[in-house]
Design a protein around this ligand. Structure first.
Ligand SMILES: [Zn+2]
Ligand SMILES: [Zn+2]
Length: 234
């Protein structure tokens, strides 16, 4: 009884707080982030259209020319740094699901002119899904797909083995860690697929998933990500 009262009290407090800006606490932010804080989210400079890393004139970068990744394009909304990292953390580790709607709607606006006919969320390792209770990429995909009148193809791909958390590994080991991690089951043959993820760091998971989708017959695979981690020296 005591526990349930405490839980209800916490839920009530959480409800009140969802009306405040998630970044500065200003009251009455209808999008969960006030206009001032939304303007503070760090934009990406001119970037390679394939990997979304900074490149003058927004041309395809040397790395993508030399070794083209399995995905055809990447759309990234912001640089993954302060204060965007706080929002991503609020979503993933505090379960603030309204953040996913904000991200998904922003992705849908940015990609309004891009032609895709399937939206696939990056699947979460089963163990992590059990811990967290939700897949943040699926929550973002739901909001983005709704704006496109599509349904996220949440069962099109599956993680067939639980890999170590990419964030815990050195950058050079991440590609090997995710090799063979996915199985593509949905019918993506001939389709133009957008893969949704919260943050793109090395692009190893996205590359592996795109390769899997292409092997299954996808005609085109592009990444829609909220945050792009930039190398320190850029
Ligand atoms: Zn604010
Ligand atoms: Zn590139």
């Amino acid at each position: 009884m005591l526990l349930s009262l405490a839980a209800r009290f916490r839920a009530a407090i959480a409800h009140v707080r969802t009306h405040d800006c998630l970044l500065c606490g200003a009251p009455g932010a209808p999008e969960r982030v006030c206009a001032g804080c939304a303007g503070d989210l760090p934009p990406l400079p001119a970037s390679c259209p394939v990997c979304a890393l900074p490149n003058p004139d927004a041309a395809v970068c040397g790395a993508c020319l030399r070794a083209p990744p399995a995905y055809d394009a990447t759309v990234a909304l912001w640089r993954y740094e302060f204060p965007l990292d706080r929002l991503v953390h609020a979503l993933k580790y505090q379960g603030r699901l309204p953040v996913a709607r904000l991200f998904g709607e922003a992705l849908a606006r940015r990609t309004a002119r891009r032609e895709v006919d399937a939206i696939v969320p990056m699947p979460l390792a089963r163990r992590r899904l059990a811990d967290r209770g939700f897949n943040q990429a699926l929550e973002i995909a739901r909001a983005a797909a709704a704006a496109r009148r599509l349904t996220p193809a949440a069962t099109a791909v599956e993680r067939i083995r639980d890999t170590a958390n990419q964030a815990d590994l050195p950058l050079g080991e991440r590609a090997r860690n995710v090799r063979g991690a996915f199985a593509c089951r949905g019918d993506v043959r001939g389709r133009r697929v957008a893969v949704i993820d919260d943050v793109m760091t090395t692009g190893a998971s996205l590359g592996e998933l795109a390769a899997c989708l292409k092997r299954t017959g996808a005609a085109w695979v592009e990444n829609w990500v909220v945050g792009r981690t930039l190398p320190r020296d850029v």
